[in-house]
Design a protein. Structure first.
Length: 378
């Protein structure tokens, strides 16, 4: 198969991190754009990226890119795409997607037109009037923005953030891809003490353990592309073996704590599922009262935000108490994500850096305290 063009959608704010990851995986033609990263390669590139990428949401094959202001233009653009290169005669090819700022704004109508055009193209190619769609799933995705269509084939299935270790979460789970990005932004590599005092279901400390060990996040799951008719199982097996060969072995100082014992039990179970249970210590405790576990280290956390008024006031009091508790913890670098715009005021110290990130649909700031804290007058 010729060189394939791939697209990796990302949470806003993570594109540069995902691009750096793809380059470290020795992938070609990496280009960082708003909301996505592009790269190219063969099936082995797909396997390496699927298994090894921590911060991308999924991996798509780009099938077509064309303007469309009418349903006829949409039909012709899809009809002219080389769908038979990827979808066999018996393949199932459902369609989903979204429209934004375009003359064609009805998603169901666009789905129907794309399905009709794809059916005609594949039917003519295979010499049949009816396609059984009894084989593997080849999910078509489209993006119609500003009257331009991009048509993709999804190779991932459940998103890349579905590592397989978190069957259930707590009430406010942090997406694994975001947690991994937060850890990567600290430049943690397993040498320092790392503590999450609001560990919840354990996502941050689990991702930190995977990073410390250099364990590929997709090693314990399967991907939609592995079921494609043109997929070579040996390519995927080699990619998994190569990833295992790059793992480190050692002891790491990672602590996850939470004031809810149920969360701690859940986090412990998730860590065991991820294969890093022996690398992380968990304990019950109030983040504003627990003694520091070491003289220095990295504190990284996702404390409660409080989206409603009373919850927001409670969260603000929590930030103030946390700031008082950590007032003299100058040996610790602190990384805290929250949607509270006045976080620095309540925490009592100005961050050295801030980075805009999105936790789902919630716009947040990632506050980075990497030096001695500068106090804020209240």
């Amino acid at each position: 198969m010729n060189k394939i063009q791939y697209c990796v959608p990302c949470l806003f704010g993570l594109e540069g991190i995902a691009g750096d990851e793809l380059r470290r995986l020795n992938l070609e033609d990496v280009q960082v754009e708003n909301g996505r990263v592009l790269f190219s390669g063969d099936e082995s590139a797909l396997a390496r990226a699927s298994i090894g990428l921590r911060t991308g949401e999924r991996i798509l094959i780009r099938l077509a890119d064309f303007p469309a202001k009418s349903f006829e233009e949409l039909f012709q653009g899809v009809y002219n795409a080389p769908l038979e290169d990827y979808i066999p005669k018996e393949g199932a090819f459902p369609v989903k997607g979204h429209c934004l700022n375009s003359q064609l704004m009805s998603v169901p109508d666009c789905q129907a037109i794309i399905k009709k055009a794809a059916s005609k193209r594949l039917g003519e190619t295979y010499g049949v009037t009816w396609l059984p769609e009894t084989g593997a799933k080849y999910q078509l995705q489209f993006s119609l923005m500003n009257d331009r269509v991009q048509l993709y084939l999804d190779t991932t299935g459940p998103g890349l953030h579905k590592r397989g270790y978190r069957a259930v979460g707590n009430d406010a789970p942090l997406r694994e891809t975001l947690a991994a990005a937060m850890v990567l932004l600290t430049r943690y590599r397993g040498r320092e003490y790392l503590w999450d005092p609001f560990c919840g279901s354990g996502t941050i400390v689990i991702e930190a353990a995977l990073i410390a060990r250099n364990q590929a996040p997709g090693l314990r799951r399967r991907f939609a592309g592995e079921a494609f008719a043109w997929s070579d199982p040996q390519v995927w097996n080699r990619a998994r073996e190569e990833a295992k060969d790059k793992e480190f072995r050692g002891e790491y100082r990672i602590l996850g704590s939470d004031n809810d014992p149920k969360c701690v039990s859940l986090a412990m179970a998730n860590a065991r599922k991820a294969g890093v249970g022996e690398l992380i210590r968990f304990q019950d405790g109030d983040a504003t009262k627990l003694p520091l576990p070491a003289q220095e280290g990295i504190l990284i956390c996702n404390p409660p935000y409080g989206e409603r008024m009373m919850e927001q006031q409670s969260a603000q009091r929590l930030y103030a108490a946390l700031g008082r508790h950590l007032k003299f913890a100058d040996g610790w670098k602190k990384y805290i994500i929250t949607s509270e715009p006045e976080f620095e005021h309540y925490f009592g110290a100005r961050a050295d850096k801030k980075r805009k990130l999105y936790n789902g649909m919630i716009k947040c700031d990632y506050y980075m305290y990497t030096a001695q804290q500068r106090r804020v007058k209240k």
